[in-house]
Design a protein around this ligand. Structure first.
Ligand SMILES: *Cc1c(COP(=O)(O)O)cnc(C)c1O
Length: 421
């Protein structure tokens, strides 16, 4: 469910026509819907009611400070993977008591920053990291709360580049390692192990592998408790898929919550989740304008748009699918025909899709890449010296530019010349 709907023959975001934003802010531009963000967060949180869970939104999915603040005001926590993301969460008003610090390679400096802040939990992913954290904590005379991230060794489907829960992936430790490290951390006066964590992948559309992983996590909690160790918290990560296609639809948060409650039945423990994509993905679109239609004599037709792989890299990087909708509703009975939709970047990889059936489109028309609110702007770059696409947040019938497009002067000013040049 989202708040991008057709009204008066064109696509709107809540109470604002997308054509107005394109006209006033320019294209390409990301447009986010406040009502959709709020709804997704609330649906996820409410799925577990009456149980109180910490929903730590995964900042990396969409890290715009206004997006974070929209969620923080509803009580969301933040799952972060760098000092920069922790700083963003703080800037958005997320209290340290709701900040989770995850990541495979946290530096000494980043760990010290999180320890001094007193974040809710540091998810430790390896033995060298435990040792480093213990050293940092001793120096700061602190005792950080940690969870051990376990790699449950399950295949959760999804694209290979976003699968994280197999033992061949770089994330987390095995169950036997987790038991040993939990005992080690419990005996360390500088560390306060409070629980265990896992995150098995992203864009997961099947609950079975998650249920399998969570059942294994439950087993781990019970074994640790059996050894007399205290385990108060179970962080089950993120990963629930978003609806990029109409079908098959990924499971609803309510179904996900029922699965969790079934797997954990009778286990008394605090739960943390780290959803990113399912909150942000279909709360955003990338709005782009057609530059021209280029027909090759061999018959391929290229729809060249002003958005490119530097703005939205998912198709190039993960072969991801984005629905592409013309902003102006095509006249009834308009024939569909096949286009390759491409951006202007000098790489063949700058192809959003091939042979996509679309209504007639011509230079100047607007198209919306749907479900682009997660891993869109957050992964964008200035490759080909294309200015970062601006971000716009809509709320009802108002909108605000929450990250402006940089000017070329600003872009060039970031690069001082070497003094000998
Ligand atoms: C990326 C990530 C998430 C969020 O994943 P989604 O698929 O966006 O829900 C959560 N936790 C960790 C540790 C991550 O790396």
């Amino acid at each position: 469910m989202n708040f991008f709907e057709v009204r008066d023959g064109e696509l709107w975001c809540e109470g604002v026509p997308l054509s107005r934003i394109a006209h006033e802010v320019g294209t390409p531009v990301y447009v986010y819907s406040t009502a959709t963000l709020e709804r997704h967060y609330t649906v996820f949180q409410d799925a577990f009611a009456p149980r109180k869970v910490l929903v730590a939104y995964a900042v990396k999915a969409n890290s715009n400070v206004s997006v974070l603040k929209t969620l923080a005001r509803l009580g969301a926590g933040a799952d972060t993977v760098s000092e920069g993301e922790i700083r963003r969460a703080l800037a958005a008003g997320v209290p340290p008591s709701r900040i989770v610090f995850s990541g495979v390679g946290k530096t000494r400096r980043e760990l010290a920053f999180a320890v001094e802040l007193g974040v809710a939990e540091i998810n430790v992913e390896s033995e060298p990291e435990i040792d480093l954290l213990s050293e940092v904590a001793a120096l700061l005379d602190a005792r950080p709360k940690i969870t051990i991230r376990v790699n449950p060794d399950v295949s959760a489907g999804g694209h290979a580049k976003i699968a994280t829960g197999k033992s061949e992936n770089k994330f987390g430790v095995s169950f036997s390692e987790a038991e040993r490290l939990y005992a080690k951390a419990s005996a360390d006066p500088n560390l306060d192990p409070i629980g265990v964590a896992c995150h098995i992948g992203s864009q997961i559309t099947d609950l079975a592998p998650m249920a399998e992983a969570f059942a294994k996590m439950r087993g781990l909690v019970e074994r640790l408790r059996g050894q007399g160790l205290t385990v108060e918290r179970l962080d089950l990560g993120g990963g629930l898929g978003a609806p990029y296609f109409d079908s098959p639809a990924p499971p609803e948060p309510a179904q996900f919550a029922r699965m969790v409650e079934t797997v954990l039945e009778g286990l008394d423990i605090d739960l943390v989740f780290e959803p990113g994509r399912v909150i942000a993905a279909n709360a955003g679109v990338l709005l782009s304008r057609v530059i021209h239609v280029h027909e090759r004599p061999e018959g391929r037709r290229f729809l060249v748009v002003d958005g490119a792989m530097n703005d939205l890299v998912r198709p190039a990087m993960y072969d991801a699918f984005h629905d592409i909708r013309p902003v102006k509703t095509p006249r009834t009975g308009a024939n569909l025909s096949a286009f390759d939709v491409v951006g202007p970047v000098c790489e063949t990889g700058d192809t959003f899709c091939r042979d996509r059936e679309l209504p007639p489109l011509e230079a100047g028309d607007l198209v919306a890449f749907m479900t682009a609110g997660a891993y869109g702007a957050a992964m964008s770059s200035e490759y080909n010296t294309r200015p970062l696409a601006p971000e716009v947040l809509v709320k009802g019938n108002q909108y605000a530019v929450v990250r402006p497009r940089p000017t070329y002067e600003e872009m060039l000013a970031r690069e001082p010349l070497a003094p000998w040049l």
